[in-house]
Write a protein that binds this ligand. Sequence first.
Ligand SMILES: [Zn+2]
Length: 71
Amino acid sequence: MLDDEGPSQSDVDRFGSETTTCPECREDVYEDAGVCPNCGHVFDPPTGPPTWAIWVAAFLATVIVVMWVLA
Ligand SMILES: [Zn+2]
């Protein structure tokens, strides 16, 4: 193994996780790792609501609009 530091493509497929490049050491790391395993750089926590919350809000907004229109 010449490159056993970063996640291999098979690892990415297995875990189904997105990778990002560490701004400090340019190493590919998992986005949800939180901390770079290579240099210890702490990634910023994700901002904003999670994706499911956005979909729930969109669904509720749609229901409200439909009820408003049908009322
Ligand atoms: Zn790093």
